[in-house]
Write a protein that binds this ligand. Structure first.
Ligand code: C2E
Ligand code: SIN
Ligand code: SIN
Ligand code: SIN
Ligand code: FE
Ligand code: FE
Length: 388
């Protein structure tokens, strides 16, 4: 005896400003639950007489819960005394679904004892109508409950729309910031590394080493986005030094080393993590595990972990790249340098992580390869005073 019947599309009520409250009310989805088919028909007739277009009904209380779960019901008209699952039990389960989204309940009661009604009101029913119903009273109570329900629903919708807008704007700001940061990194590399592919490769390689070291996805993301600015300070290095085709003399080398501090001070003092980390990386990416690096000759774990990671990715990729002062090294030669310098230039634990993921790292090198003819066959060249 499933008397469930839908008399309309029961779409979400359209709460845009072009719909009047009266229209929205008439589109609301009302569920009638009463084990007496005659009662169901009576309530349906009353609702139809007042132009409610979306009324569904059932004489099987268990089905009420399914219907409310499956459809965006705005109001439940619920008979209090039914066999098997009575109105109280139905109410309890409806309310257990979460007060914020549960539809209001208008209970039908023929009882003249006040006790069950008060109990029902306490247990979650919003209002009641006594049988036999007065049409005007039923319709008035239905309308009052629906008005409140639709008001809450439209407020929820508006909140959702606002939250979505805020989320979109936040995402947009984040993307804009990332883009600016990447372009800053590119600007820094533009003179000695015109394609900008070095910063893409070294930042992805940094993220791979970070992931293998057990950093969270968020931390890997951060290092990936902060590391492109490691050489921002090259902006402050004159062309005659940065683009010098040969080895630097001592004075030139002293100037060259200032690119760490220059980059760090451009990035310092920012209020958020991305630029802060970028500043740390800019300052410390030429420190060496054995203390022979610059600018502060830090040793071992005194060097920030992110800078130790970036150092490996940066040198490996600088070696495989062509520079004004050097030819590109082959992947094998570059790998040899990293391996041989574990514990000297580089953190040995991180070198082990790097070697463990070498296939992925080579894949990154290939994916973003500079179009440099002969790169794979060039031989390593000494670099005067700096040759490691
Ligand atoms: P870069 O070209 O981006 O190189 C980054 C790092 O990769 C270097 O840091 C070094 O650790 C490693 N690297 C790059 N090429 C070689 C190489 O041929 N042999 C060895 N052993 N390591 C290499 P480093 O040495 O602190 O240099 C920092 C920056 O100073 C370099 O960035 C580059 O812009 C500049 N630079 C270094 N050496 C020379 C040079 O001989 N001539 C010129 N014109 N610039 C140099
Ligand atoms: C009925 O079960 O239909 C009448 C009892 C009530 O609603 O309180
Ligand atoms: C009461 O208001 O509690 C009794 C009146 C009625 O049952 O309609
Ligand atoms: C009607 O259906 O309009 C009358 C029902 C009632 O008032 O009890
Ligand atoms: Fe550098
Ligand atoms: Fe670099």
């Amino acid at each position: 005896m499933n008397d469930s019947c839908a008399t309309g599309g029961a779409a979400e009520p359209d709460l845009s400003d072009t719909v009047t409250v009266a229209q929205a009310l008439r589109r609301a989805l009302i569920l009638v639950v009463d084990d007496e088919p005659a009662n169901v028909k009576l309530v349906q007739r009353m609702l139809a007489s007042d132009s409610y277009a979306n009324v569904i009904a059932t004489t099987v209380p268990e089905q009420a819960l399914e219907l409310v779960r499956a459809r965006p019901v705005d109001l439940v008209i619920l008979d209090l005394n039914m066999p098997r699952l009575d109105g109280f039990a139905v109410m309890e389960e409806l309310c257990a679904r979460g007060a914020a989204t549960a539809p209001p309940i208008l209970m039908l009661t023929a009882q003249h004892a006040r006790e069950p009604r008060v109990q029902a009101l306490r247990n979650g029913a919003r209002d009641y109508v006594t049988k036999p119903f007065d049409r005007e009273e039923l319709l008035a109570r239905v309308r009052n409950l629906l008005e409140v329900q639709l008001f809450h629903k439209s407020a929820r919708l508006r909140n959702d729309v606002l939250a979505e807008k805020v989320r979109e704007r936040t995402e947009e700001l984040y993307q804009t910031r990332l883009e600016i940061v990447h372009r800053l990194g590119r600007a820094a590399e533009y003179r000695d590394n015109e394609t900008g592919l070095h910063i893409i490769r070294m930042s992805e390689i940094s993220a791979v080493i970070a992931a293998t070291s057990g950093m969270s996805a968020g931390e890997c993301d951060l290092i990936m986005n902060a590391s492109p600015m490691h050489d921002l300070g090259k902006i402050g290095i004159p062309d005659r030094i940065l683009l010098k085709p040969g080895a630097l003399d001592a004075a030139e080398w002293a100037v060259m080393q200032t690119h760490t501090g220059i980059g760090a001070s451009i990035l310092a003092g920012a209020g958020h993590e991305l630029l802060h980390q970028a500043s740390v990386i800019a300052l410390c990416h030429h420190e060496r595990w054995d203390g022979s690096g610059y600018p502060d000759a830090l040793c071992g774990e005194a060097i920030p972990l992110v800078a130790r990671i970036v150092a490996i990715a940066d040198v490996f990729d600088a070696l495989t790249s062509e520079r004004p002062y050097k030819r590109a090294w082959s992947v094998d030669e570059s790998l040899g340098y990293v391996r041989d310098n574990a514990g000297r230039h580089f953190d040995p634990t991180l070198v082990a992580h790097f070697l463990a993921r070498f296939d992925d790292i080579v894949a990154i090198s290939r994916r973003y390869a500079d179009a440099a003819p002969g790169a794979a066959t060039s031989t390593p060249q000494g670099r005067g005073p700096l040759a490691g």
